[in-house]
Design a protein around this ligand. Structure first.
Ligand code: AMP
Length: 186
C-alpha cells in the first residue's frame, strides 16, 4: 500500500507514520528527517537546506523532489511506502504523480490527521526540535495554510483522502488509522 501522511506541522504525522510503517513493514520516508540527518552528518545537502528549515520555510521543490524520488526508487519501497511531509505544495504533488505514473504506480490513500491549532503549537513547543521556537512554529503553520493545505483538495478530487481525528493517545490514533485503511486490530 502506497500512503501519504498529511496534516499540519505538529499533528503527529511522524510518530504515526513510523508506527504504521513498522506494522505494515514498509519504509517510512520523511523528507524532514532526511534533511535533518543530512545536516547532522555535515553533508552538502544539509548545508543547502539548513537556512530554510531554520526559518520554517519550504526547501526548494527541485531539491526536495529529488530527495523524495530517490528514496522512493529504493527496492525496499516496491511493496509499498509511507510518505510523511511530502508533498507539501501542488508542484510537489504533481511531480510525485508523474514519477509514480511512469512506474505504473499510484498513491492508494492519503491519511489526513487533524487536531486544532492550539494543540499543534503545544505539541511542537514540547518536542524540542531546533526549529520549534514559537516564531518559527507560527511561520510553519502559515506556510502550511498557504501552500500545503491546497494539496488536500487535489487528493480529495482523486477520492483517496481519509480524515483521522489526531486527538488522543498515540495507540488510540494508531488504531483509528489502521481501521480506516483496512488494517484494523483484531
Ligand atoms: P518536517 O520534519 O516534516 O516538519 O520538516 C521540517 C522542515 O523540513 C520543514 O519545515 C521544511 O523546511 C523542510 N521540508 C520537509 N519536507 C519538505 C517538503 N516536502 N518541501 C519543502 N520543505 C520540506
Amino acid at each position: 500500500m502506497n500512503l501519504i501522511f498529511f496534516g499540519a506541522p505538529g499533528v503527529g504525522k511522524g510518530t504515526q507514520a513510523a508506527l504504521l510503517a513498522e506494522r505494515l513493514k514498509v519504509p517510512h520516508i520523511s523528507t524532514g528527517a532526511i534533511f535533518r540527518a543530512a545536516i547532522d552528518s555535515g553533508r552538502i545537502l544539509g548545508l543547502q537546506v539548513k537556512k530554510y528549515m531554520d526559518d520554517g520555510l519550504l526547501v526548494p521543490d527541485e531539491l526536495t523532489t529529488q530527495v523524495a524520488l530517490e528514496a522512493l526508487a529504493e527496492p525496499e519501497c516496491a511493496p509499498g511506502f509511507i510518505l510523511d511531509g511530502y508533498p507539501r505544495n501542488l508542484a510537489q504533488a504533481e511531480s510525485l504523480d508523474k514519477a509514480l505514473q511512469e512506474k505504473r504506480r499510484k498513491i492508494d490513500k492519503v491519511v489526513h490527521l487533524v487536531v486544532d491549532e492550539e494543540e499543534l503549537i503545544d505539541r511542537m513547543l514540547n518536542r524540542g526540535r531546533p526549529d520549534d521556537t514559537e516564531e518559527v512554529i507560527r511561520r510553519r503553520l502559515g506556510v502550511y495554510q498557504r501552500e500545503t493545505a491546497p494539496v488536500l483538495d487535489y487528493y480529495v478530487d482523486h477520492g483517496i483522502v481519509t480524515v483521522i481525528d489526531g486527538l488522543g493517545t498515540i495507540p488510540e490514533v494508531h488504531e483509528r488509522i489502521c481501521t480506516s485503511i483496512g488494517h484494523g486490530l483484531d
